[in-house]
Design a protein around this ligand. Structure first.
Ligand SMILES: [Mg+2]
Length: 194
């Protein structure tokens, strides 16, 4: 059985997808060294890269038809957008020969501006028409858990997104939104839910 995914998954940027604050640690201009994959450099050669598992997770979500969003309260929204446009995500495993993809192409929605993330999610709801119950959000800062007041599932990732924290978030979302069983299930599954 394939595992259910929420219709929208949103990610914070700083310390959730990369290990820096784009507005305080990075000095423009930023550039990609040649064809480097998952690597940018700023004026002082400070490196910008996604955490190790992020690329594969983005591929998986796109494959699964999930709407992908970025929700960041950075004070440098233009720089953040520029970084997403320049940063290359390697092709998924088993597609080694294929060209890498600019990170920004994975994101269907970008809500990047300072302020409470309640606003970011209200905008996501308005723009996508998706219910909050279909939204899962990964963020490294506890204060942003306030989006749960809307009905979004919040997953705190103090060490950023990796395979393990991502699966934990999915598991929590599935726990909160169990499948409504409408068919006769022969044996196993239905009994196991009790
Ligand atoms: Mg953050």
């Amino acid at each position: 059985m394939t595992s259910r995914l929420p219709k929208l998954i949103a990610f914070d940027l700083d310390y959730t997808l990369w290990d820096l604050w784009i507005d305080t640690h990075i000095d423009p201009p930023i550039r990609r060294p040649g064809d480097a994959v998952n690597e940018l450099r700023d004026r002082y050669n400070h490196r910008i890269a996604f955490y190790r598992d992020v690329g594969e997770i983005l591929h998986r979500l796109r494959e699964g038809g999930v709407t992908i969003a970025a929700a960041s309260r950075t004070h440098a929204p233009d720089l953040a957008r520029q970084a997403l446009g320049l940063l290359l995500v390697p092709p998924p495993p088993g597609h080694k020969g294929e060209a890498p993809t600019p990170a920004i192409q994975f994101f269907d929605q970008l809500e990047i501006y300072p302020g409470s993330k309640i606003k970011h999610f209200k905008e996501l709801h308005k723009k996508t028409g998706l219910p909050y119950s279909e939204m899962l959000f990964f963020d490294d800062e506890h204060r942003n858990k306030e989006v749960e007041s809307l009905g979004v599932t919040f997953c705190l990732v103090p060490s950023g997104v990796n395979d393990r924290s991502f699966e934990q978030g999915l598991a929590e979302w599935r726990r909160r939104h169990p499948v409504e069983v409408t068919e006769d299930a022969p044996g196993g599954d239905a009994a196991g839910l009790e």
